[in-house]
Design a protein around this ligand. Structure first.
Ligand SMILES: NC(=O)c1ccc[n+]([C@@H]2O[C@H](COP(=O)([O-])OP(=O)(O)OC[C@H]3O[C@@H](n4cnc5c(N)ncnc54)[C@H](O)[C@@H]3O)[C@@H](O)[C@H]2O)c1
Length: 306
């Protein structure tokens, strides 16, 4: 789909990948409806987009609330007339041991990362079907293709988004609607600001806290030990624009990720051992920057992303 002249709705547009993609779409000539819970940042993004000469509408939206997503749709149609592109991107992260994660924490993350996507698709898809055109981008993660032992609820939501997107892509292809699932590795965004950390009670807690503090100060350098390192949201946005234009289904962001998925499919038992080793490996990454996953004897390719 050509982007010039299209109307795009992006959730989680106030920051990170959503912000960069909304801006990239505006540069390509789209008009934008920007949705987020962070009104101040959302307004900044809106101003940036209108400065590029595009129309930009900011709509306070909590994607975990159906009523908010319905309102987002109504405002989009009311102010810009139609929706061509929907990016279900808002998301949050949670780290903790399976037995200690509360039901409230599960509901929080599933509400945003999965129900947010479900609401987006349910509310906007009938409009796209009626028009026989459109493109949906769902932001999942490499954690939607390969697990991460410290982020079970996050992984659960992202695997669900990948599965849902795969089926939607097949179902909607003959109806003229494209679907992209975005599976990033580590991207330097603000996702850590809202991360919930449930203590494991071992060395992992301190190293995770050290990591959070470092990245809150903008220091992502320790990730340089990982394959592909950390990339910018703008690099991801470029790939999303390319995928919408070319109707690409699955978007990887880092070298080696596709190969890691193939490797996991070929040897699922070994993949479990690699994941188990990661819990310990984190410590070496975030306590001693010179020793990284690459040096721990395997698992590097599976250390996929948030
Ligand atoms: N940063 C990474 O390394 C990484 C890797 C893989 C996948 N992702 C995914 O990318 C997406 C975007 O995250 P990001 O890294 O840009 O983080 P970010 O925190 O910079 O941006 C996410 C935005 O979503 C918004 N948001 C949070 N809860 C919301 C809600 N209930 N309703 C509406 N908006 C809400 C936040 O206010 C924020 O502006 C997420 O789905 C995340 O899981 C990120």
């Amino acid at each position: 789909m050509e982007i010039q002249g299209q109307i795009a709705v992006v959730t989680g547009a106030a920051s990170g990948i959503g912000r960069a993609t909304a801006t990239a779409l505006a540069r390509e000539g789209a008009d934008l409806v920007l949705a987020d819970v962070n009104d101040d940042r959302l307004e900044e993004v809106r101003k940036g987009i209108t400065a590029l000469g595009c129309r930009g509408v900011a709509v306070h939206t909590d994607v975990s609330k159906l009523q908010d997503v319905r309102n987002l749709f109504d405002r989009s149609i009311g102010e810009l007339g139609r929706v061509d592109i929907l990016m279900n991107n808002a998301g949050v992260h949670l780290v903790g041991p399976a037995e200690k994660i509360s039901i409230a924490d599960w509901e929080w993350i599933v509400g945003i990362n999965l129900w947010g996507v479900v609401y987006g698709v349910s509310v906007f898809l009938p409009h796209m079907l009626q028009r026989g055109t459109g493109h949906i981008v769902n932001t999942a993660s490499m954690s939607g293709l390969i697990g991460a032992e410290s982020s079970i609820p996050y992984v659960a939501t992202k695997f669900a988004v990948v599965g849902m997107s795969e089926c939607l892509a097949a179902y909607l292809k003959p109806k003229g609607i494209g679907v992209t699932v975005l599976c990033p590795g580590f991207v330097a965004t603000n996702i850590v600001e809202r991360e919930r950390l449930v203590p494991f009670g071992d060395g992992f807690d301190d190293s995770r806290k050290a990591f959070l503090e470092a990245v809150k100060q903008g220091d992502w350098s320790r990730f340089n030990v990982l394959p592909g390192g950390v990339i910018s949201p703008e690099q991801v946005a470029e790939k999303v624009v390319h995928a919408i234009k070319g109707n690409v289904f699955l978007v990887y962001t880092h070298p080696g990720h596709k190969e890691a998925v193939v490797q996991k499919a070929q040897d699922p038992e070994a993949a479990i051992d690699v994941l188990a080793a990661l819990h310990v490996a984190w410590d070496s990454v975030f306590r001693a920057p010179t020793a990284g996953l690459r040096d721990t004897g395997g698992g590097a390719d599976a250390s996929a992303g948030v």
